[in-house]
Ligand binder design. Structure first.
Ligand code: SF4
Ligand code: SF4
Length: 141
């Protein structure tokens, strides 16, 4: 290709704004409807387990320690989740929603992808009963 033919393209490219973004130093806003990590409301949850039954990815486990006392541990396997929103639809108590602000989920190991919601002592009880290697981390609600 001759230099005279290339020149308009090269000079045009130099004048245009970059197509790439300076992430993570500059972040674009996200849409309100973005589906990211699940949020669980322990006050509203009845431990019915519908969310787990309807999850196509088997990403949820509802551990009922004491139904009357509302002692539940909601286990959420993030790396299985397809972010389809079915569990939110299925929950008749409105105890689940998908946050739109917790979408930066990359990690160097598996631990952050296994989240446990609930009372810390109840989480310890559930983790003690888990097979080795299944343990994850307690999550913020
Ligand atoms: S969003 Fe879909 S895949 Fe993820 S936990 Fe809910 S039902 Fe399962
Ligand atoms: S469907 Fe709702 S109320 Fe039932 S266990 Fe799941 S989060 Fe709790």
């Amino acid at each position: 290709m001759r230099i005279g033919v290339m020149f308009p393209d090269v000079s045009g490219a130099l004048m245009r704004h970059s197509a790439t973004e300076k992430y993570p130093f500059q972040r674009q806003g996200v849409t309100a409807r973005l589906r990211s990590l699940l949020k669980w409301n322990p006050e509203a949850c009845t431990g019915c387990g519908l969310c787990a039954m309807d999850c196509p990815a088997e990403a949820i486990q509802v551990n009922v320690l004491d139904r009357k006392a509302k002692r539940f541990v909601f286990a959420y396997q993030v790396d299985r989740c397809a972010f389809c929103g079915q569990c939110v639809e299925s929950c008749r108590q409105g105890a689940l929603e998908m946050a739109n602000d917790r979408w930066e989920l990359a990690a160097l190991n598996k631990e952050p992808f296994m989240l446990y919601f609930g009372d810390p002592d109840d989480i310890k009880t559930v983790l003690a009963a888990e097979p080795a290697g299944e343990a994850g981390i307690p999550a913020d609600k």
